[in-house]
Write a protein that binds this ligand. Structure first.
Ligand code: ZN
Length: 356
């Protein structure tokens, strides 16, 4: 019944360590954490739906088809432990935002740091005492064997497959793109490679980035992160860390004009910029492949329909909110000339803000 524990060092090594710009991880504990968070939110949403008698259950975003839920294969004792863990997440975390809640950010980072450990409380190995607050350490340990036996192999495989697919572009274009984006934002790309925790599930957006330390979390099974969007989401998320000069310039210009800072304008700007910078590269990128077994073969560069304009998923969503169509137009009119080298950064932001 006991699943053979995987060699964690071996796992870590098999992630492509030679890639530039990004350092990819498929960590056991961060994956378990995000999966429990996801399951708790699904359950919470179902409860709310039942309460309001609304028909369609809310989920956290479109997800690739996973192999049949393993929950039915759990013994009653395992089922109980698993339910308890989900209940704990519902009570303590599911109502909080992974992106901004400090407890969740610290927990996520710590779980990432302890990915090479098979425990978190240091009972067997003192170096594996993560010093986690409250009951979360023992709780995660209690369901670790269940997750490892029933879900982790699929999740880990999906993560690795995702990395294998973005790896060729990262290797060929990563350095050039990171320098280009840093130039655009008038800053420097971080010297260290950016840690990316690839997880079966992330937040409702499918990916998020936390700063100090800079870490990106990306959901490998999220439909919005497949194909060309996989590469785009990587650079969009990383841009969060280097777009601070843009945010600063926007707020400076607003202050000078006594204008309120247009909500999400900086975010729209980095969506737009990533899309524009990646567009030439994305021509000819193969469409998402059908699921296949192995996953170590690099995707064959097959001719794909040229995307006339990448409208990233999040932008598409936000476009429906008031103001966003306006932002897109403003960016085309006043930011694009800067990307084309026709006006300075300062002038572009000044024009953007006076028109906003
Ligand atoms: Zn973003």
């Amino acid at each position: 019944m006991l699943a053979a524990p995987m060699g964690h060092a071996q796992e870590a090594e098999s992630m492509d360590a030679s890639l530039p710009v990004f350092e990819f991880h498929s960590g056991f504990w961060v994956n378990l954490h995000h999966f429990l968070y996801h399951e708790a939110r699904v359950k919470m949403a179902a409860k709310e739906d039942a309460a309001t008698e609304s028909a369609a259950p809310k989920t956290d975003g479109p997800v690739l088809k996973q192999s049949a839920t393993a929950a039915s294969a759990l013994t009653p004792a395992q089922q109980k432990l698993w339910e308890e863990a989900i209940a704990y997440y519902m009570a303590n975390y599911a109502g909080k935002d992974l992106l901004i809640n400090i407890d969740l950010i610290l927990l996520k980072n710590q779980l990432g740091d302890f990915e090479d450990c098979t425990e978190l409380t240091g009972k067997k190995q003192p170096r594996c005492d993560a010093g986690l607050p409250g009951k979360i350490g023992p709780l995660l340990e209690s369901v670790a064997p269940i997750y490892r036996a029933h879900w982790w192999p699929d999740h880990d495989r999906a993560n690795r497959r995702w990395v294998v697919r973005v790896a060729p572009l990262v290797r060929e274009q990563g350095v050039g793109l990171s320098e280009k984006l840093a130039d655009i934002y008038q800053t420097r790309w971080p010297k260290e490679r950016i840690r990316v925790d690839v997880c079966a599930y992330a937040n409702a957006g499918g990916a998020y980035t936390t700063l100090d330390p800079l870490r990106v979390t990306i959901a490998s099974t999220d439909l919005r992160n497949q194909g060309p969007e996989a590469f785009e989401v990587l650079f969009h998320e990383a841009s969060h860390s280097i777009a601070l000069p843009v945010e600063a310039a926007i707020s400076r210009e607003c202050k000078q004009r006594d204008k309120p800072i247009p909500r999400n304008l900086w975010h729209a700007l980095i969506f737009y910029t990533t899309g524009e910078v990646l567009r030439p590269i994305m021509r000819g990128t193969p469409a998402p492949e059908a699921e296949k077994g192995g996953g170590d073969a690099a995707p064959k560069p097959a001719p794909a329909p040229v995307k006339p304009n990448i409208v990233p998923y999040e932008l598409r969503d936000i476009l429906t909110q008031r103001g966003w169509e306006q932002y897109h137009l403003l960016l085309v009119l006043y930011w694009q000339p800067y990307l084309d080298g026709k006006v300075s950064f300062e002038d572009a932001i000044a024009h953007l803000i006076s028109a906003a």
